[in-house]
Design a protein around this ligand. Structure first.
Ligand code: PRP
Ligand code: ADE
Length: 170
């Protein structure tokens, strides 16, 4: 199954000049969702994972499915002001703005083997900030995986040194 057929391209969203890759057609197809989940699991291979970290909000869709399949815990990284307990925070630059992300400070135990997942690797700012949060808490990042990578934005340069994998490349 060619999963790129389930990604819709929207020009000038959310700002002029941005070519937005919309994953909702993929999520709307149980067959494509299953195939995508299997491909993400294949990218990981048989490495042990204790916790899957997903980035709000589009990263949550497959991060929870991955955590369930791997029988690992799921940890949300959230936008500011959403997590109720004590948090740590990092700021980052997006393709279309600036933002902060936060994680509960007790979400990770030192030495936990972590799979970081998000839907899109664009400039890599979000993923880099997420890696910093995970490592600050003592997590060991086994892989960073993505549904898709926008190669022309060179996001993987920002997270060089990690195992970075994506199902689709644009
Ligand atoms: O590699 P980067 O340039 O950092 O961009 C990638 C991030 O941008 C998108 O999130 P967005 O902030 O649009 O939020 P959403 O998932 O809530 O839609 C996407 O889901 C990634 O998290
Ligand atoms: N061009 C893009 N399409 C979809 N999600 C994104 N996140 C950052 N850049 C994006």
């Amino acid at each position: 199954m060619d999963l790129s057929n389930y990604i819709r391209t929207i020009n000038d969203f959310p700002k002029p000049g941005i070519v937005f890759k919309d994953i909702t057609p993929l999520l709307n197809s149980p067959e494509a969702t299953s195939a995508c989940l299997e491909q993400l699991l294949e990218l990981l291979g048989d490495r042990k994972i204790d916790k899957v970290v997903g980035i709000e909000s589009r990263g949550f869709f497959f991060a929870t499915l991955l955590a369930h399949k791997l029988q690992a815990g799921f940890i949300p990284i959230r936008k500011p002001g959403k997590l109720p307990h004590k948090i740590i925070r990092r700021s980052y630059a997006l393709e279309y703005g600036d933002d902060h992300i936060e994680m509960h400070e007790d979400a990770i135990e030192k030495g936990d083997l972590i799979l970081l997942h998000d839907d899109v690797l664009a400039t890599g700012g979000t993923a880099k900030a997420a890696c910093e949060l995970i490592e600050h808490l003592g997590g060991v990042i086994v892989q960073c995986n993505f549904l898709m990578e926008l190669e022309f934005l060179n996001g993987r340069d920002k997270i060089a040194g990690y195992d970075v994998q994506s199902v689709l490349k644009f």
